[in-house]
Design a protein around this ligand. Structure first.
Ligand code: PLP
Length: 406
């Protein structure tokens, strides 16, 4: 049984997170269901970036490294992300991109398990994760073994140095059982590395409760840090002294301003910093993280579940031509639906102000960001899809033209 548009409006009125929408700037008439690819613009970002540029850089110049604690941004922002992913202060560092952080942690993990020569991951993992694993394997004489998601646990043997999985599949939205998989890795003596790109800021993640060793994740998706925002990495406190980054830059040195010729790792998480942080991007990410102030991840996950449940129920009722390609149970905050004409349908939806994205081969993907998406949004989107399918208004050559970014 689904609900009417008025009932959806009533759900928004009663929603304890409804006020968070004010923390974002969204264009009039747009329903944005792509926060899992690029989070919406927080209202505070523009002023915060402007102040960093004009007052700090422009006014205080190089003194800003101390005066405005630019130098502490990677650790400070890491400590703000920590509670969102079940980490302790000092376990998260903001730096580089997700891909580069993967390289650093995989390299460190391989070196920490001498004698073991295999990284195991799943074939459907995000390609960059697999390419990076192939790259570090090629450099170190290790190899990457890729298996189907359901076969990962059985593939973990005593030659595995590190198990690398993305908790929430970027395409299907399927969610791994983090505690169970981490335990399986540990049982075989392997380290467990989680990619949280589609988890952080969307669902409850508890790295420490799961006993996870390593993690990485994206700053520009649900964390609203802006296009190309710095990413984060997590190293469990107990492992930090043992792991060495394969990209040992000066800001990961014990004493960067001693300018010593030989590398000595900094204590703690800072050893995973390579070079100078991108301060203007850090200012934008800090504003993105502030959109989570006063909100618990349990509330966010609960609303995400209600939004996606409603979406599925409405599609079942109004758009039987769409096939849910996400699992009904173990899923997170985005959904994919298969349709023969997924590409032109999505382009036609975008022209009508409904923004999701297309994923090969025939998938329409919709991400639910509970801080700014609501129940009436979901209702409008499904209504728009149903109308497009009925009228076939998507069936035009211009909607079939492919752009570089899909
Ligand atoms: C988005 C995403 C990335 C992106 O990596 P970048 O280095 O930021 O381009 C990597 N892995 C996964 C699983 C992702 O979802």
């Amino acid at each position: 049984m689904t609900i009417s548009f008025d009932e959806a409006l009533a759900l928004d009125a009663a929603d304890p997170l409804a006020h968070c929408r004010e923390r974002f700037v969204l264009p009039e008439g747009v329903v944005y269901l792509d926060g899992n690819s690029l989070g919406a613009l927080p209202r505070a970002t523009a002023a915060s970036v402007a102040a960093t540029v004009e007052r700090q850089w422009g006014g205080d110049l190089i003194a800003s490294w101390n005066k405005h604690d630019w130098i502490g941004a990677p650790q400070r922002l890491g400590d703000r992300i920590a509670p969102l992913i079940g980490a302790r202060p000092g376990e998260v560092l903001v730096a580089d991109s997700t891909s580069i952080n993967l390289f650093k942690l995989l390299g460190a993990a391989l070196a920490a398990r001498p004698g073991r020569t295999t990284i195991v991951s799943e074939t459907d993992n995000f390609p960059s994760d697999l390419y990076i694993a192939q790259g570090i394997a090629g450099l170190t004489g290790a190899k990457l073994r890729m298996v189907e998601a359901d076969a990962v646990a059985a593939a973990i043997d005593t030659d595995i140095a590190v198990v690398m999985l993305t908790e929430v599949d970027y395409r299907s939205g399927r969610r791994h059982d983090m505690p169970a998989m981490t335990a399986a890795a540990h049982e075989a003596g392997a380290l467990m590395l989680w990619d949280l790109s589609h988890s952080a800021g969307a669902i409850v993640v508890d790295l420490n409760a799961a006993g996870a060793d390593l993690a990485v994740g994206c700053g520009y998706k649900y964390l609203n840090g802006g296009p190309g925002a710095p990413a984060f990495l997590f190293v469990a406190e107990a492992l930090q002294a043992e792991l060495i980054s394969p990209l040992p830059g000066w800001l990961g040195h014990h004493d960067p301003f001693a300018f010593e010729p030989d590398y000595r790792p900094a204590p703690g998480i800072s050893r995973f910093q390579a070079g100078t942080p991108s301060i203007i991007a850090m200012a934008a990410l800090e504003a993105g993280l502030a959109t989570f102030d006063g909100v618990r991840m349990t509330e966010i996950e609960a609303k995400s579940r209600r939004l996606s449940d409603l979406f599925i129920a409405l599609v079942d009722e109004k758009c039987p031509e769409l096939t849910l390609a996400s699992p009904r149970q173990s899923r997170a905050s985005h959904l994919v639906f298969a349709h023969r004409d997924a590409y032109p349908l999505m382009q036609a939806l975008i022209e009508r102000g409904v923004v999701g994205d297309f994923r090969e081969p025939d998938l329409m993907r919709f991400g639910f960001a509970p801080l700014y998406n609501g129940f009436a949004d979901v209702w409008r989107v499904v209504d728009a899809i149903a109308e497009l399918i009925t009228t076939r208004a998507f069936d035009q050559p211009r909607f079939r033209q492919r752009s570089k970014v899909t």
